[in-house]
Ligand binder design. Structure first.
Ligand SMILES: NC(=O)c1ccc[n+]([C@@H]2O[C@H](COP(=O)([O-])OP(=O)(O)OC[C@H]3O[C@@H](n4cnc5c(N)ncnc54)[C@H](OP(=O)(O)O)[C@@H]3O)[C@@H](O)[C@H]2O)c1
Length: 362
């Protein structure tokens, strides 16, 4: 099978594209024919070694996939050959990655894709939306009626945070660039504050008269000195980005209001937590309420280029979708009001056919 893999940790051009022996499935595994995969910030950290996790070489890169079931072990009941499925937790902790024609996925990490949902939509939102679900539920413990501040609301994780928080019944104050204000409102944010406004913290408070119940920073700004005074009693700050930030914490103000700060990484999530997130993601995908803002298509053979662009910060709100050559898409035309993600022409790359109807080749 063809795969994008590394034989040593290193820069994007350490990624090779070529033949590897197909993986063997165990009794509780499902063998998946991959249609699409993607590239996240964390995939570049795994590839470079910036984040250390057990890998064996040759190591297939990538975390997320959408494809069809090719075979299911006796301990993976309920998965039928030909069924469309997705996964967002390969490529770390000893598991090989998703950027290959065939991937063996443990059954408890694999979810069915609802009918009609474009594969590119699912693969593009799987990681940011699962991150948002963990931030809101496991770590932020957000409840209906609460006020949630989302910092970085125009980004991949931030926009998913807005959609999922609104779905929980929370009121969202988005902190985003002025150019993203309309986008954040279209996702359901009640108010948007420009992150470049020197008075941004005061403006957030103007929109949060009872104080902020959860402050979630998906931009890695981590200005806890500004965030703590905004918090209501028992308010929570959730941090998930900004590896090297060293913010100043107003400790007294934090503990005198029973407030707390929680950090997390999706790579530490349990399979039960990921499955819980997957149920919400599937429901919102099927309803057409969770979609990537923009998709940039590349063939799987361009995985190194996709890593380079992600690492160089060239994606600007686009999600790269890497298409496996020859994979047959079962994606029908857009449903539920979803806008079809027609592959744009990018950098002279060989592009897959548009999602034009049943049986389109991607
Ligand atoms: N802990 C975890 O489990 C986990 C999981 C997934 C991702 N992450 C991390 O989450 C971060 C975000 O990922 P992403 O894919 O959402 O990135 P992204 O799409 O680039 O989004 C980042 C957003 O933050 C905005 N921003 C930049 N500076 C800001 C500021 N000072 N205040 C408010 N917003 C600001 C950006 O706006 P502009 O366009 O104006 O710059 C952009 O919209 C990354 O660091 C990633 O590694 C962590």
């Amino acid at each position: 099978m063809r795969a994008a893999y590394i034989e040593r940790l290193g820069p994007p051009d350490a990624i090779r594209y070529g033949e590897l022996a197909p993986p063997a499935a165990g009794p509780t595994d499902v063998l998946v024919d991959v249609a699409v995969t993607t590239v996240n910030h964390v995939d570049t950290f795994v590839r470079s070694g910036a984040w250390r996790t057990p890998v064996t070489f040759p190591f297939v890169v990538g975390r997320d996939l959408v494809g069809t079931v090719s075979a299911a072990g006796p301990g993976a009941p309920g998965f039928r050959v030909g069924e469309r499925v997705w996964c967002n937790s390969m490529g770390h902790a000893g598991r090989q990655g998703a950027a290959a024609e065939k991937v063996v996925v443990p059954a408890d990490r694999l979810y069915r894709l609802p009918p009609g949902v474009p594969e590119a939509d699912a693969v593009a939102v799987a990681h940011p939306a699962a991150t948002a679900h963990l931030a809101l539920n496991q770590h932020g413990r957000v409840r209906a009626g609460e006020t949630v501040v989302v910092v970085g609301a125009g980004g991949n994780v931030g926009s998913a945070l807005v959609v999922l928080a609104v779905d929980l019944g929370a009121r969202v104050v988005a902190v985003a660039s002025a150019g993203d204000a309309g986008y954040c409102r279209s996702l359901g944010a009640a108010a948007v504050v420009d992150y470049r406004d020197p008075e941004w913290a005061r403006r957030v408070l103007e929109h949060s008269p009872g104080g902020v119940d959860a402050y979630i920073d998906a931009a890695g700004r981590n200005d806890v000195a500004a965030a703590v005074p905004m918090l209501a009693k028992r308010g929570r700050i959730v941090v998930l980005a900004g590896l090297r930030t060293r913010p100043v914490l107003p400790v007294g103000e934090l503990y005198l209001k029973d407030c707390s700060i929680h950090g997390f990484a999706i790579s530490q999530a349990t399979t039960a937590e990921l499955a819980d997130a997957a149920r919400t993601i599937n429901r919102l995908l099927a309803a057409g309420r969770l979609r990537p803002r923009k998709v940039a298509w590349l063939p799987l053979s361009e995985a190194a280029e996709a890593h380079r662009r992600a690492e160089a910060g060239e994606l600007h709100g686009s999600r790269v979708v890497l298409a496996v050559a020859g994979a047959v898409s079962q994606t029908p035309p857009a449903v539920g009001g979803a806008v079809p993600q027609t592959p744009p022409a990018i950098g002279g790359a060989v592009l897959p056919a548009p999602l034009a109807g049943g049986g389109a080749v991607t």
